[in-house]
Design a protein around this ligand. Structure first.
Ligand SMILES: [Zn+2]
Length: 146
């Protein structure tokens, strides 16, 4: 079952296996939140801690594991670059110049990146519609009375 505990385990495994050189400068909390079509995840400093948020629609098993892994490693690269983390800031902007993907390729995630982009382009739109159909229907129902 994909819950916050499962996410925490994945983050630990990924950090130990693929980012062993990246120092843990503070407590990093990870959880599912939000139901966005366009935002797979984000990272945010909250007081002394860092929070990594993964789209809660990804709890659905129709979303492949590798999408969640890709989102986690993406946010971890921001962390290592000093964005929303206590580590030294290495760049001025979090994405400019493709620095995240470049770092991920360096760490061997080339095919993961490709798979993620294909899935986002070819599968996610339809799946998102299916997953949010009911609530969109309810919203439009209510909208008629406003
Ligand atoms: Zn990013």
């Amino acid at each position: 079952m994909r819950d916050d505990e499962w996410l925490k385990e994945k983050l630990e495994q990924i950090w130990v296996s693929f980012f062993p050189d990246v120092k843990r400068g503070n407590r990093v909390v990870i959880k599912f939140k939000g139901r966005s079509r366009d935002r797979f995840g984000y990272i945010k400093k909250v007081n002394e801690n860092t929070l990594i948020v993964i789209n809660s629609l990804f709890r659905d098993e129709r979303v492949p594991d590798f999408i969640i892994y890709n989102t986690i490693v993406h946010e971890l690269v921001h962390y290592m670059h000093g964005f929303q983390s206590p580590l030294e800031r290495r760049f001025e902007h979090p994405h400019r110049g493709g620095i995240v993907d470049r770092e991920l390729r360096k760490r061997g995630f080339d095919s993961l990146l490709k798979k993620e982009k294909e899935w986002a382009k070819n599968e996610w739109g339809e799946l998102y519609k299916e997953m949010t159909y009911q609530e969109r229907k309810e919203n439009s129902f209510f909208n008629r009375f406003i």
